[in-house]
Design a protein around this ligand. Sequence first.
Ligand code: MLT
Length: 411
Amino acid sequence: MARINDSYLKLQAGYLFPEIGRRVKEFTDANPEAAVIRLGIGDVTLPLAPAVLKAFHDGVDDMAKGESFHGYGPEQGYDWLSQVIIDKAYKPLGVDLKTSEVFISDGSKCDCANILDIFDLGNKVAICDPVYPVYNDTNVMVGRTGEADDKGYYAGIHYMPCIGANNFTPAIPTEKVDVIYLCYPNNPTGVVATRGDLKKWVDYALANDAVILFDAAYEAFITEADIPHSIYEIEGARQCAIEFRSFSKTAGFTGVRCGLVVVPEELMGTTASGEKYSFNKLWNRRQTTKFNGVSYPVQKAAAAVYSDEGWTQIKKNIDYYMENARIIREGLTSAGITCFGGVNAPYIWLETPEGMSSWDFFDKLLNECHVVGTPGSGFGPSGEGYFRLSAFGARDNVETAVQRIKEKWGK
Ligand code: MLT
């Protein structure tokens, strides 16, 4: 009989969001009349922006005619999309990139997982706690870790607790690590990193030959001035960082699927015999072998995000979600619930009322208010006692959810 990958058996629980979906389904099956409001998984609710939709349709129409039909595209994505991303999303930040450094993909979740292909298993990895579960679970799956301890920490990973006492900001490791995951604006806590914070990480990475895996999926939700949108705004980051971006939340592509990875040409790792080798070359090799690119109509739609018309429409959607975030944050704060995030990120991270555990609060909120959120402990042990609400709902649902929570727990 073929052997399975035993590393999967080390995983402590099912993936967080399907587990929440299972519990919600159980509840709705038993209570079909309940008007359940879903503010759990960060899934968008507004339709695609009209300019994006038009480009998407045009892309499909192109596929209907011999002269404009597209078969396999470049595995790295079309240069016209990479170039518009460079011009519109990076140049205004003072960041210059080449199209050969931008790899278009079918989304950030896959990229964050697949990137592990180009790192040796012996690398010491540093992960925040709480964290987007993909970073942690994929390291377990590839066999980088030992078993989990009673707390839920896997042997071999360097965990960086992010709690109220440190403003949810991870401490720079005192030991040497080789790969560091950072996500800003942060999922799940909604906090951001200042230039000074990121400079410390870049300095650490350069001094320790480490690589930062920087997840910037939520950068479009930054509202405050002078918060960096890209790690490459920090000097030296091209030598030590890979950046992930996503169209999912920015442009409503959760069901369309498109993201990108930036791997600068200067970024080097070492071979077993100690020679330098380019991560860009490795990622290119990985993608050309394991990936056949994103569909042409989707890339046409993604390029339209950066047209003047497209961006104006998308900005309106982002503002809508951030107004939801304000309604949740201010509504719950006025009810005496301590909230974080929601200013530069579409997530509100709150302390559970009455010191409830995260899952107890989840159950109570679902059963008594018919509102779904995400238990903080699902993002890691330091998330215990916290809870995440997403701002991606429809406005009336958001208002109703806040009202129900205030009625239940308001002081
Ligand atoms: C979340 O809710 O954390 C995200 O939607 C999950 C994801 O982007 O995969």
